[in-house]
Design a protein around this ligand. Structure first.
Ligand code: S3P
Length: 260
């Protein structure tokens, strides 16, 4: 019995050492991010992460605990990348822009690159209400939908380091952009009406466009919203002719440029 108590004490000491070491390691990760940001070096270097993990794997290959080490270091690496993303972006990133500007696909790729969590406002609203967006517009009206959007932004005040893909109408209300600016930066994705039309023409999920699916209507509504979008944006990215990778690179570089 005494021996077990002794061994437990030793194992416990190991845990404490692991905590101290992990704390030290994650603080180094944060420091590396701030140096890279200050020097304009790329922060998210997937190749470097993979190289590091391969080197580690080689170290414990053949060990009795190889499988366990793989699982543990896989987690440590994932957590390190998360800490890196959080250190790089100590605020929420709100993607705004007209319907079909590419907010959702860009948000997904940004999440993958930065390891940050993300939400799609429309999707959360569908989950919270149990109704589709066209149903909400039809049953309760647009004003009701706009109020839900505002409520959701208030809830997001609790969150940090989140990539938020906003519905196209979100930036039109002062109260919404006030919430967004309190804990985040706003990135506008712009595109020509022709590009937007090509992307949304087969969609039935956007009640505002359902009976107005043509370039003329899109041009008109876009003109009504343009100055507001531009006024509230901290960063604007033109997306015409660019792929998601290029857009994400421009967003990340643009955000970092704001910090120096
Ligand atoms: C809207 C945009 C939609 C959705 C709703 C209203 C708008 O979101 O919130 O149909 O007023 O521009 P997406 O921009 O994600 O399509």
């Amino acid at each position: 019995m005494d021996q077990i108590i002794e061994l437990r004490k030793k194992a416990n000491k190991c845990d404490n050492q692991i905590i101290t070491l992990l704390e030290e390691k994650l603080a180094y990760v944060q420091e590396i991010v701030s140096i890279k940001k200050a020097e304009g070096q790329p922060v998210f270097d997937q190749e470097q992460e993979e190289k590091q993990l391969r080197m580690l794997m080689a170290k414990f290959s053949g060990s009795e605990f190889e499988q366990e080490f793989r699982a543990i270091f896989g987690q440590i690496s994932a957590c390190g990348q998360k800490v890196q993303g959080k250190a790089a972006f100590p605020y929420n990133i709100y993607l705004i822009g007209f319907m079909g500007a590419g907010k959702s696909s860009v948000a997904m790729e940004l999440q993958r690159r930065t390891s940050l969590d993300g939400i799609e406002m429309d999707q959360v609203i569908v989950e919270q209400t149990g109704m589709t967006i066209p149903e909400i517009f039809e049953v309760n009206g647009e004003e009701y939908f706009r109020a839900i959007e505002t409520n959701l932004l208030v809830q997001l005040q609790q969150a940090k380091h989140l990539i938020v893909s906003c519905g196209g109408g979100v930036p039109m209300r002062d109260i919404n952009t006030e919430q967004m600016k309190k804990n985040g930066r706003i990135v506008l994705l712009s595109a020509s009406p022709e590009t937007i039309y090509a992307r949304v023409k087969d969609s039935k999920d956007r009640p505002i466009l359902n009976d107005n699916m043509n370039v003329e209507f899109i041009t008109g509504l876009m003109e009504k919203r343009r100055s507001r979008y531009e006024e509230v944006a901290d960063l604007t990215i033109k997306t015409d002719g660019k792929d998601v990778d290029q857009i994400c690179e421009e967003i990340i570089a643009g955000m970092f440029a704001m910090d120096v």
